[in-house]
Write a protein that binds this ligand. Structure first.
Ligand code: NAD
Length: 444
């Protein structure tokens, strides 16, 4: 029986390994993590992350060929294939702080693998890492090898939170990069065989190591760039009377552009896009390519601009001050169908409103009040007045918003600011609301 161990039981490690386990009943998969609360949650009825479909997959194979454990060293030592899916955040201190990826967790995982291994291993980069990381990992492992053969593969993960299970069941592609040596190619083949249990062969792409590592950063940069492009267009729409939804539809009909990822919004969030672009910018600068670095930096600048533009619109619409005004923020996670609040644009929006002394209430059916409190504390809100948080009760989640009732209870004029173009603006205007939909003329 092939044994797989995945180091890191997070948003990537948990779901990816659960899908491997369910698709490959003859493979034993153990997901390990240094965080006991996280592993306890994976072994409980309430999984540590919310993803549609995840519960069913985990519960179908947990205890059979899928296991979650804090006994990191034991399971690493026993594995044939080790996925490393630890976090790779942006550095906050030292050289490259604010841009470079912090590989502390990766390096300590690699050193631990070298310490405990007694048999040959395939080590798979699942985390998103800077191009050339495999070279560093190879050095760490081979300099401590004790005669053990290590093959490093890059197998970046392209799942999107909110659709992780769907993405893993039917990936657009699986990318595997390996060394062009006989040993490297043998390892590529071994990993290909795992995915071949459910992914059609034509969707499994093999490349050299550096192409695979760089493709992940490139994919996220292109996706984020598309959001910033449509958001930049949304500002121009508001200035000219064009409607961004109509513009997106019109351009998306061009088969060279395509319709996906063309929704204007208050900006992208999540733990990956900004981090990976900053990382790309850093790599460009290190390779003496400042113009290329500046090009990608602009994607983040537009994203920041969009968030502050939204806040400014709220404040200016409400007669240039929100001081003492009660504002309900509906939705706090960085996008729908996830409870993940990492880098959510909602934090910047709330910060802007609180900065102007609004009384903000936050509600999100997927995010606990504790989590919201932690995020606000971490983001150093300037508290000189109370912040009101709505408790997230399951009954409240199921209730539909009664806009008529809400309108009746509000001070007039009553405003709705839609940062994702999800409300029925016409219906709300009929009730009497003034509605601002991002990228659309104020009167509709
Ligand atoms: P995460 O923070 O949710 O999970 C990482 C886990 O690794 C944590 O539970 C942490 O405790 C554990 N860990 C750290 N060091 C460890 C060690 N030495 N031994 C054992 N466990 C250790 O992160 P994530 O969102 O799952 O992301 C992981 C990687 O995948 C990142 O590089 C990220 O950029 C990339 N990625 C994320 C997504 C996403 O949507 N979240 C998608 C694609 C790729």
């Amino acid at each position: 029986m092939v044994k797989i161990c995945c180091i890191g039981a997070g948003y990537v490690g948990g779901p990816t390994m659960a899908v491997i386990a369910i698709k490959c009943p003859a493979i034993e998969v153990v997901v390990v993590d240094i965080s006991k609360p996280r592993i306890d949650a994976w072994n409980s009825d309430t999984l540590p992350i919310y993803e549609p479909g995840l519960d069913d997959v985990v519960k179908a194979c947990r205890g059979k060929n899928l296991f979650f454990s804090t006994d990191v060293e034991k399971h690493v030592a026993e594995a044939d294939i080790i996925f490393v899916s630890v976090n790779t955040p942006t550095k906050t201190r030292g050289l490259g702080a604010g841009k470079a990826a912090d590989l502390t967790y990766w390096e300590s995982a690699a050193r631990m693998i070298a310490d405990v291994s007694k048999s040959d291993k395939i080590v798979v980069e699942k985390s998103t890492v800077p191009v050339k990381t495999a070279e560093a990992i190879e050095k760490i492992l081979t300099h401590n090898s004790k005669g053990i053969n290590y093959q490093i593969l890059s197998n970046p993960e392209f799942l999107a939170e909110g659709t992780a299970i769907e993405d893993l069941f039917k990936p657009d592609r699986v990318l595997i990069g390996g060394r062009e040596t006989p040993g490297g190619q043998k390892a590529v083949q071994a990993l290909k065989e795992v995915y071949a249990h459910w992914v059609p062969e034509e969707n499994i792409i093999t490349t050299n190591l550096w192409s695979a590592e760089l493709s992940k950063l490139a994919a996220n940069a292109f996706l984020a760039q598309r959001i910033s492009s449509v958001n930049a267009m949304s500002a121009l729409c508001e200035a000219t009377g064009a409607n961004v939804s109509e513009v997106s539809y019109a351009i998306g009909k061009d088969s060279r552009i395509g319709p996906k990822f063309l929704n204007a919004s208050v900006g992208f969030g999540g733990s990956c896009f900004q981090k990976d672009i900053l990382n790309l910018v850093y790599i460009c600068e290190c390779n003496g390519l400042p113009e290329v670095a500046n090009y990608w930096k602009q994607v983040i600048k537009i994203n920041d601009y969009q968030k502050s533009r939204f806040v400014n619109r709220v404040v200016s619409s409400m007669f240039n001050t929100v001081s003492g005004k009660k504002i309900a923020v509906l939705g706090f996670a960085f996008k729908k169908d996830t409870g993940d609040t990492r880098e959510t644009p909602a934090i910047d929006v709330c910060k802007g409103l609180v900065g102007d002394k609004a009384q903000v209430s936050i509600y999100d059916p997927q995010v606990t009040e504790d989590q919201i409190q932690r995020d606000l504390a971490m983001n150093k809100f300037d508290w000189d007045h109370p912040m009101h948080l709505q408790p997230t009760s399951p009954t409240a989640v199921k209730q539909k918003l009664d806009y008529q009732k809400i309108f009746d209870n509000m001070q007039k004029p009553a405003f709705v600011f839609d940062g994702r173009n999800v409300v029925d603006a016409e219906k709300l205007r009929e009730i009497g609301f003034i509605v601002y939909s991002i990228g659309k003329p104020l009167d509709g």
